[in-house]
Design a binder for this molecule. Structure first.
Ligand code: ADP
Ligand code: MG
Length: 581
């Protein structure tokens, strides 16, 4: 359990503050996370990593010369928001493009992909390589679905060393993908972790039992056994990893391999050494040439008790990159020629808030007031339904849909009011609201609502007075954004099931010449009916998927909240209720 904290909600921020204070030689705080405090050569590819907090040394501890250039640091076990990733990438960028690399979790993929689009739109070349080392998280045939665990280190290290060696972006991408292909991990867990302020562990493993292949946030594993002896555990980890040689490795015999025995948070180094003693013997018996073994904590899960074995199958190039010097808070190797520190004035400049909004026409400023009213109505309906949404999400999900939507929509109202009061146009008000929403809400739905409001804002812009056609095409763009980032299809039992009928009805009716108000009302009816219909579906996306059957008979919470929201927004479109008989 976590004993030392102040306000639980402030834990991640306070942790980052203290981490930076203790490691100013390597890192500086930037909005969204940390970047190197040392100057990188002009034109060097920037490696930007990240994910939720609670996995130290991942991710901030791996920022420094020879490794990452920046880390986007989300809340505890929550993906960083899109704008955090974007902001860290901009601060870390050296003019050579950006490689985003992270552990392939759904929330991270959503936010990093959205950030990648924004970074590219800002004219900075940007590519992504996700880490997929955990063999228990999906079969080999679906390797792209596997999640990243301690293998983060080998992929980040290879990419960071390649960037330092002057490789261009395409080459750094090639190296990172190659390192990922040649990295495989397998882990076990004995107890779950307890987050600051929580009364219960996030997940539990029965007394004297061991979960096999369980994920670092309690994602279901592939089995459970009695806790074996240290030697038996070593045998199990090695056997599973030798079963699956990476592409390009013909035989374990003669292969050069870095073994990494990783502690998840509260397994003692001494216990791991006992396990490693046997791992080393088994690998030698298999003819593996052990190179530079690591036993320690490289990717933790708060105070979870567990351990994982990673095998990194080297080739000549990867071995050279692995051996290259590093100087970062949590990982050091060889001797690095210390670079100059970033000037303090540049550091402060990046922390300043952007106060000026783009210029807007009087028509758009006028429309901005209506946008604010619509977002206020949206937030009011979320407030009125917060318990119900939480209850629906707790049936098969994690129960946070109500509070997540509340945090997000309240932040959106505050940001929208502030922007409108400062004279921003309708488009900018929506962009600000979307950013605030995804930043504060957390969760999948928060990221998707952020994407939707931004898409709508882009479509409305800050010039013209929005008309029905613009609103309809903005809603269509929002729908496209949500399906492209979230990858859910009709029938997967998500908000998409209410969103698509809404967008289609709106587009069709507006094209047929129906007024915006009436078209919106028809569309909201379609969304309401479709949301109710999700009660009969089995979830195929999101957290509810593993508990699919439990959700039969209950509508999808995200679809339900979507329908409530579009209905509430319809009511303010002309300033009054739009009940139809
Ligand atoms: P989380 O699932 O991260 O806890 P919330 O509880 O706030 O987030 O939201 C859950 C809702 O998010 C689901 O009911 C579903 O409507 C929606 N959702 C989950 N995954 C997706 C996805 N990939 N695409 C679209 N909507 C999704
Ligand atoms: Mg939830």
């Amino acid at each position: 359990m976590t004993r030392l904290y102040n306000e639980p909600a402030a834990f991640a921020d306070e942790m980052i503050e203290g981490f930076v204070a203790a490691n100013a030689r390597y890192v500086r705080a930037v909005p969204g996370g940390v970047a190197r405090s040392t100057v990188s050569p002009e034109g060097q590819v920037a490696l930007v990593i990240g994910g939720g907090s609670g996995h130290y040394p991942a991710f901030g501890g791996l920022v420094g010369q020879g490794l990452a250039h920046g880390a986007a640091m989300g809340n505890l076990f929550a993906s960083p928001a899109t704008q955090q990733v974007e902001s860290v990438a901009r601060a870390a960028s050296n003019g050579g493009g950006v490689l985003l690399s992270y552990g392939n979790y759904a929330g991270d993929v959503l936010n990093f992909d959205a950030a990648q689009d924004r970074i590219r739109a800002a004219g900075i070349p940007c590519e992504t390589v996700t880490v997929t080392d955990d063999v228990s998280s999906a079969p080999l045939a679906e390797k792209h679905k596997r999640r990243g665990i301690a293998g983060d280190l080998t992929v980040f290290k290879s990419a960071g060393a390649a960037a330092e060696a002057g490789y261009d972006l395409a080459e750094v991408v090639r190296v990172a993908a190659l390192a990922n292909e040649r990295t495989r991990s397998f882990g076990v867990a004995f107890t779950g972790c307890t987050l600051p302020g929580a009364a219960e562990p996030l997940f539990t493993v029965p007394e004297r039992r061991m979960a096999v292949g369980m994920g670092i946030h309690g994602e279901p594993g592939i089995g459970e056994t009695d806790i074996p002896t240290a030697d038996e555990l070593a045998g199990m980890l090695v056997a599973r990893l030798l079963e699956e040689l990476p592409e390009g490795v013909e035989s374990a015999r003669g292969a050069r391999v870095v073994p990494i025995l990783n502690g998840l948070g509260s397994v003692k180094y001494e216990e791991m050494f006992v396990v490693y003693r046997r791992i080393a013997r088994l690998l030698e018996e298999a003819g593996v040439e052990i190179v530079d073994p690591h036993v320690g904590e490289f990717c933790t899960s708060f105070d979870m008790a567990g351990t994982s074995l990673t095998l990194f199958w080297l080739d000549e190039e990867l071995e050279r990159l692995w051996d290259a010097p590093v100087d970062s808070p949590a990982y050091r190797k060889g001797s690095v020629v210390a670079a100059e520190r970033v000037a303090t004035s540049a550091q402060q400049g990046e922390q300043e808030d952007r106060s000026g909004y783009p210029a807007a026409t009087p028509e758009s400023k006028d429309a901005a007031r209506q946008v604010v009213a619509a977002i206020e109505a949206l937030a009011a309906t979320v407030d009125a339904n917060v318990d119900e949404l939480g209850r629906m999400d707790s049936i098969a999900g994690d129960g946070d849909h109500g509070i997540g939507m509340q945090r997000g929509s309240r932040a959106a109202v505050a940001a929208a009011r502030e922007a409108a009061a400062a004279g921003a146009g309708a488009g900018t008000v929506l962009l600000q609201a979307g950013d605030a929403w995804s930043h504060r809400a957390g969760g999948t739905s928060g990221a998707l609502w952020g994407v939707a409001l931004r898409a709508l804002g882009d479509a409305l812009g800050d010039e013209a007075r929005p008309n029905a056609a613009m609103v309809a095409s903005g809603v269509a763009a929002a729908a496209a954004g949500i399906t492209s980032y979230g990858k859910a299809q009709l029938g997967d039992k998500t908000m998409v099931d209410a969103l698509l009928p809404f967008a289609e009805t709106l587009t069709r009716e507006v094209a047929a010449g129906t007024s915006l108000l009436e078209a919106w009302t028809w569309a909201a009816d379609a969304a309401t009916a479709a949301a109710a219909g999700t009660a009969d579906l089995l979830p195929r996306m999101g957290r509810a998927r593993p508990h699919a059957e439990k959700s039969l008979g209950t509508p999808d919470p995200g679809a339900h909240s979507f329908a409530l929201i579009v209905r509430a927004v319809g009511d303010v479109l002309d300033g009054g209720p739009t009940e139809r008989s």
